[in-house]
Write a protein of this length. Structure first.
Length: 313
């Protein structure tokens, strides 16, 4: 899958086809990856370089939108094949790439230690001298093409989105939600927010979406999954759903079966919205395609509820 402006989507192979994308940006023979998938994704990314005629030593940057493992897990392993590349990461995420111990522990708390070992393998640390911290507004130069890193919390506090003026598009990581191509209809893309644990913050997520929209982007290159257009409509859909998901969480805050109740209502929300969008999948198919996201969104909403309760004293 590719588009104009030297942007190419690569399926990282994580979880299922069409679920997790890395994006290769090629400008005048130099290249950058935005998000890189997991260790097992490395051969796919190297193959994409060869496919597009880019030498390994022509890759200048790995831009990691945030350090969740489906975006960043393969960073250190990929870097070993790219002699001139440096890694760009949010200042809050840098220490986790230098020492991935806490990343593994955090993932194990969500997925279980054995599943993390099986899926992600041994994370390779990123050498300090090959890592660049990107505060808000940091500009990454790619052969004269500016890629601007904007602090966009809400999904995670260690998150930036990458603005590419050349294509009038953002690479927003997970801040602009999830949109799988199986759900596309004549109305365009179907989208939903991601509230993966542990740093979902609804007010910050609303603000980050508004900030990106202020650039009048023509497209978003989502990690889950690749290019979507009709950005203003999609942003509106995200705002509505964030509020609906917060309402679901609050409705079940005191329930004995809180997690199951949140899961149930999230499923109903997405099934209803998919049908209204004209998606052809029945309720069971929608639930199957979104199974991982429903589970993680429910977990993230639960963590957020607990944090709210602690803050309230």
């Amino acid at each position: 899958m590719s588009s104009d402006h030297g942007i190419h989507a690569i399926d990282t192979g994580f979880f299922r086809p069409g679920f997790d994308a890395s994006h290769l940006i090629v400008e005048r023979g130099r290249a950058a990856f935005v998000d890189v998938g997991i260790n097992d994704s490395v051969p796919r990314l190297l193959h994409a370089l060869a496919q597009h005629g880019v030498a390994a030593d022509a890759v200048d940057w790995l831009l990691i939108t945030h350090v969740h493992l489906d975006h960043a897990g393969g960073t250190g392993a990929l870097l070993q094949h790219l002699p001139n590349a440096r890694v760009v990461v949010h200042p809050r995420g840098a220490r986790h790439l230098i020492d991935p111990t806490q990343l593994i522990a955090g993932a194990a708390a969500v997925y279980g230690a054995e599943e993390v070992r099986r899926t992600y393998g041994e994370l390779v640390p990123v050498p300090v001298d090959r890592l660049v911290e990107a505060p808000d507004g940091h500009v990454v130069g790619l052969a004269g093409r500016d890629l601007v890193c904007l602090d966009t919390p809400g999904h995670a506090r260690h998150h930036f989105a990458v603005w590419d003026a050349a294509s009038r598009a953002f690479f927003p990581g997970d801040t602009f939600g999830l949109s799988y191509r199986e759900f596309d209809t004549a109305r365009g893309a179907f989208i939903l927010p991601t509230t993966t644990p542990v740093q979902f913050e609804p007010a910050a997520l609303h603000a980050s979406i508004r900030r990106m929209l202020s650039f009048a982007p023509q497209a978003m290159y989502l990690t889950h999954y690749s290019r979507v257009e009709g950005v203003a409509r999609l942003a509106g859909d995200l705002h509505v759903q964030i509020d609906a998901m917060v309402a679901i969480a609050r409705r079940h805050a005191a329930a004995a079966d809180r997690h199951a109740a949140i899961r149930r209502d999230l499923t109903a929300l997405y099934v209803e919205r998919a049908a209204a969008h004209g998606c052809t999948q029945d309720a069971a198919q929608v639930q199957a395609l979104l199974a991982m996201d429903i589970e993680l969104n429910a977990q993230g909403l639960g963590v957020w509820l607990d944090r709210e309760a602690r803050a309230a004293g």
